[in-house]
Design a protein around this ligand. Structure first.
Ligand SMILES: [Zn+2]
Ligand SMILES: [Zn+2]
Length: 341
């Protein structure tokens, strides 16, 4: 099969073509696994973190990609839930032990044996991939393959972040950063909590205008003070300034949820501006989001088909993966980037 593989860590400043097109043997489904013929794979900011070494694969070569949509074309031993011909999605969670305290309580994202698709096991930047059938989800008919792909990560993690805010109907939510995940959260909130107001903090005027178009009651720059204090805020940026600036906008007892797998280092010093009484006192909380559980993905797909949420996508060929990644790195974003196979 054709696959785009990563052989080593490098930075985009030095290497704009980190992935290489190769021929690999077709994977064979093991016990409990299915073989999926990939038809679309979303391109995610996490791939940049993998390539640049912030969350590196443990071995090379590795096939990246964790927003995978395709058809089951073969089933391994001890399968039964999925059949040949089923259209399925695969997200960031590739496997977990299934036995530990975290797994049995539905927090398999925190399992010590958690593995990630396209980092710890070959992912969807390829013609085929194998996955345990319990970690593949049926895709509602509402969506095309390309539309479904970005929902599997940005959407599912956005759903989890919203769940972790503990937000209730009527409460005020802030979003700092307004990329793929945040704009999906805004759509979810408008549907689930119609009485709630959403405030958006974003660097670019375009993003702020887009937020208001989608129903945000207010949008301003990252460092701005919101006109009222907010019950909860979700940060989806890769940097530190928005964290510090968001905390001042929380009401007493409010919660900031950081939805980022890693933060970049360049503005770390901004943390020195953290002022305890202004930013943290009065029982403000900070909580990070780690990975997703299967429940987040399946519940979100169902919710997304009801709303419905239709992500705008920009399609690339598999061989154009490097260009899609460079554009993402340079923030040239027109809809979610998807490799169409
Ligand atoms: Zn992702
Ligand atoms: Zn476990």
């Amino acid at each position: 099969m054709k696959a785009m593989i990563l052989n080593e860590i490098s930075s985009f400043a030095e290497n704009r073509e980190p992935l290489h097109m190769v021929d690999l043997p077709d994977p064979v489904p093991g016990d409990g696994e299915v073989l999926v013929k990939v038809s679309a794979c979303g391109v995610c900011h996490t791939e940049l973190d993998e390539i640049e070494g912030r969350t590196p694969p443990p071995r090379f070569p590795m096939v990246l990609g964790h927003q995978v949509v395709g058809k089951v074309i073969e089933t391994g031993k001890d399968t039964g839930r999925l059949r040949v011909g089923d259209r399925v999605g695969i997200g960031w969670i590739y496997s977990a032990c299934g036995k530990c305290r975290f797994c049995t309580e539905g927090n398999e994202n925190l399992c010590e044996e958690f593995t990630a698709t396209g980092r710890d096991a070959n992912g969807g930047y390829a013609d085929y991939m194998t996955v345990l059938e319990d970690f593949a989800y049926k895709i509602p008919d509402t969506f095309s393959d390309s539309e479904a792909a970005p929902l599997l990560c940005a959407g599912a993690i956005g759903y989890r972040s919203l769940r972790l805010t503990n937000m209730k109907e009527g409460q005020r939510l802030g979003l700092t950063g307004f990329g793929a995940s945040a704009h999906l959260v805004l759509k979810m909130v408008k549907y689930k909590y119609p009485e709630s107001e959403v405030f958006v903090f974003a660097r670019s005027g375009k993003e702020r205008a887009f937020a208001k178009e989608l129903g945000a009651v207010w949008a301003g720059g990252t460092e701005k003070s919101s006109p009222v204090k907010l019950d909860c805020i979700i940060d989806t940026t890769p940097v530190w300034k928005p964290v510090v600036e968001a905390l001042k906008n929380l009401r007493s007892g409010g919660r900031l949820v950081i939805n980022a797998i890693r933060k970049e280092d360049f503005d770390r010093e901004y943390l020195l501006q953290l002022d305890y009484p202004r930013h943290l006192w009065l029982e403000k909380e900070i909580k990070s989001v780690a990975n997703v559980v299967r429940r987040d993905i399946s519940e979100f797909l169902e919710l997304a088909s009801r709303i419905p949420i239709r992500p705008e996508v920009q399609e690339f060929g598999l061989e154009e993966a490097n260009r899609a990644l460079v554009e993402l790195k340079e923030r040239k974003i027109r809809g979610a980037k998807v490799l169409k196979l």
